[in-house]
Design a protein around this ligand. Structure first.
Ligand SMILES: Nc1ncnc2c1ncn2[C@@H]1O[C@H](COP(=O)(O)OP(=O)(O)OP(=O)(O)O)[C@@H](O)[C@H]1O
Ligand SMILES: [Mg+2]
Length: 333
């Protein structure tokens, strides 16, 4: 793997539950992110997938420093940014930007496209002198495939895909090194999704970006990701490259997610067993003991309730040297 640009260790975000405080009870917490380790190599795309509520957006907000973690460290080029403040923090924040999920709600309807894309310069005026900003915004419009002449239009005058291009242009305004894209295509029509994914791939090459690309579904991240991490209830349960995750998924949860993905070639469909996930995801305010997937796992045994499995190379897994690349958190994988 390339030299790491982001390294996350033991990252935790708990939201205190206020309900019940009045009666003097301990209210507990929503364990949105609950001990995440991950590494992003320079120029790499890490796909992060998982069902609704598993903590993907919380992880994204922690990575771009929109929120502070309850515990853990985020090393950016070797420095723990969770300990920074003031000027040093501002400098780092410029370099790690986010693209949001819903282009319909994340763009202020009362601002022109020019003001939306140029807004980061208001927050980081040192990034571009005032006189150059309009020109930069026009360049950014062109870079994402929109007409610079549309700089004075409003978000409602654009389609969903175009709006997401505007969101991407804003994410690039400060010339970041890392872009965290939180379900950037989930709100778009399927026909438009590939165009936006292709745009992100082109921009990555053009600007040497490193991506954390979040999605619901393994099929969306497959082609853009160098590695994929599968999240379940605030933790990563499996991580690996294309061949590890898609061809030899080791975690029963990954296997179930994959079996729900339609396979284009009929041969693959025949080989793959259909696994139906039963039951709902438990509440992150009341996480099962031991392995948190055990309540829905077809392989669960007594040990799973007692011991939390840590990420480790799957037994009998991949070729030598791939040990650190394919990891799974399951007692039986
Ligand atoms: N500010 C908050 N206060 C309290 N709970 C929160 C807060 N933000 C998120 N949560 C809870 O944390 C859990 C994880 O939420 P998060 O939005 O990170 O999940 P997600 O994987 O992004 O889901 P989705 O796929 O629906 O976007 C959820 O149970 C959510 O209700
Ligand atoms: Mg989300």
């Amino acid at each position: 793997m390339a030299e790491p640009i982001l390294e996350v260790r033991g990252l935790v975000k708990h939201y205190p539950l206020t309900r019940g405080v009045r009666f003097g009870r301990r209210a507990g917490a929503v364990r949105a992110v609950d001990g995440v380790d991950l590494t992003l190599g320079r120029g790499e795309t890490l796909g992060v997938v998982g069902e609704s509520g598993c903590g993907k957006s919380t992880l994204a907000r922690l990575l771009v420093h929109l929120e502070r973690p309850t515990a853990g460290a985020i090393h950016y080029k070797g420095e723990d940014i969770t300990r920074l403040s003031g000027r040093a923090l501002r400098a780092v924040r410029r370099n790690i930007q986010m693209v949001f999920q819903d282009p319909y709600t994340s763009l202020n309807p009362r601002m022109t496209v020019g003001d939306i894309i140029g807004e980061p310069y208001e927050i980081h005026p040192e990034a571009a002198p005032k006189g150059e900003r309009r020109g930069r915004v026009q360049e950014l419009l062109e870079v994402v495939g929109l007409s610079p002449e549309h700089i004075n239009r409003y978000p409602h005058q654009f389609s969903g895909g175009q709006r997401q291009r505007i969101g991407i242009a804003r994410g690039l305004a400060l010339r970041p090194e890392v872009v965290v894209a939180d379900e950037p295509v989930s709100a778009l029509d399927v026909s438009v999704q590939a165009q936006v994914v292709n745009l992100l791939a082109r921009l990555q090459r053009e600007f040497e970006l490193s991506y954390v690309f979040i999605a619901h579904d393994l099929s969306v991240v497959r082609h853009i990701s160098d590695r994929v991490a599968v999240m379940y209830l605030g933790r990563i349960v499996e991580t690996g490259t294309d061949t590890g995750i898609y061809d030899r998924p080791a975690h029963p949860y990954t296997q179930a997610l994959l079996s729900a993905v339609p396979v284009p070639d009929p041969e693959g469909r025949e080989k793959r067993e259909r696994i139906i996930l039963t039951g709902d995801v438990p509440s992150p305010a009341d996480v099962p003991s031991g392995c948190r997937f055990r309540t829905r796992c077809r392989m669960a045994q007594e040990r799973c309730a007692l011991e939390m499995p840590e990420l480790a190379a799957p037994t009998g897994g991949g070729p030598t040297g791939s040990v650190a690349v394919h990891e799974v958190a399951c007692h039986f994988a």
